[in-house]
Write a protein that binds this ligand. Sequence first.
Ligand code: AMP
Length: 157
Amino acid sequence: MKTYTFGPHLIRSSQVFFLSKKCFGFVNLKPVANGRILFINNFPPIRVVQRYRDLNSDEVTDLFLSAQKIGQVVEREYQGTSLTLTIQATGQTVPHCHLHIIPRKVGDWANNDDIYGEIDKSTRVDNEERPPRSFEEMEKEANFLRSFFQSDDMNYN
Ligand code: AMP
């Protein structure tokens, strides 16, 4: 099976639901939960760089145009009313620049910005409070999300 590099991790193509020329989108091992599951989709450039400042202009353009497409699907399909897009630097656990795309609803956290503390404490791979999802579960979600993208958004090779 083809794999994609995400910092020190190898991501299976079965986890990947979106591919552009410069970026790929894949489902999360430990999505944020708040009563119900709230998914965080990781969205890094294919070229491994640690920080947003290290991206070239083609990668920045591709990342944010693709984020717009992914965001539309994620907001609609997870019954959100808006989105949080965030790139962590302080608190970053994987040294490969990536955008988190999170569907939001009014009142999902008491204070809107509590989401950032939640990302910090809930999504760390070394946080044993939350077990990782199985490959089967992640593949199911990736298959679902992949079905919403046109073939020219997908560039598997
Ligand atoms: P950050 O803490 O902002 O660097 O985010 C890293 C994210 O990558 C967290 O949401 C983790 O749950 C996620 N993550 C780490 N390893 C994997 C993996 N193998 N598959 C999917 N998601 C992962």
